[in-house]
Design a protein around this ligand. Sequence first.
Ligand SMILES: [Zn+2]
Length: 285
Amino acid sequence: MISISQKTINSKISCSGVGVHSGERASITLHPAPCNTGIIFRRIDLSGNNEIKANYKNVTNTNLGTTLTNEAGAKVATIEHFMAAVWGCGIDNLFIDIDGPELPIMDGSSEPFVFLIECSGINVQEEPRRILEIMKPVRVEDGDKFIEVSPSKDFSIDLHVDFAHEKIGNQTFDYHSTSSSFKNDVCRARTFGFKHEIDQLHKMGLAKGGSLNNAILVDENGIVNKEGLRYKDEFVRHKTLDFIGDIYLAGYFILGHFKASKAGHGINNKLLHKLFADKEAWRIV
Ligand SMILES: [Zn+2]
């Protein structure tokens, strides 16, 4: 995963689909970007300042997804699965043109976005990558949730979930970053929801685009989707995917070991704020 040069994609490439919460269709077009650009969304349906940088400081909502907003109020929602794919492909610099307020959910995983990036191809750029190295442990807690990051020579995550539902229950996943681990172990894990929560979500204006084509649905009898699960512990792997997408909003690839229990979009963002606030906890190499 950690390489010495920055990377972008080879040429522009597009896909489209429905947003899981808004239910609105959107198209995205990925464009190569110069060295030191980072990842930038551009709301091409809006005039004026429509550029939204993929950075933890721009996170404005973490309720069932991560939303970014720029200083002019331009928003882009449900970015986490896309950001995980960008991280998994080792992309540093990218423009993403989008014609609506929410990323397409595709199949509920990162795989379609990885496929899109691989179809474009990866372009190794001339400048070296700058990496964030963790120098001392940082911990955040929120009720019974916590995340801790500590120094390490590579990137790894030890993530635990505990859902009251017997089909999920306690699951733990140890992720170690290698050149193939994201694609093999994490990228295909889909988002999931509970049938008894759907009416409430719809009342809140959420999950309007959700279906069995883009999420695992769990009811009192188990998995509703006819095809079953893609991994027997697909739930904790999806939470790992979400975690990776949220943590890439650091704006850097990271050398550190993360330990997380019941992590979610809110606490993932809280960790980055606490980390960057402590200048002794990290350095750029
Ligand atoms: Zn997710």
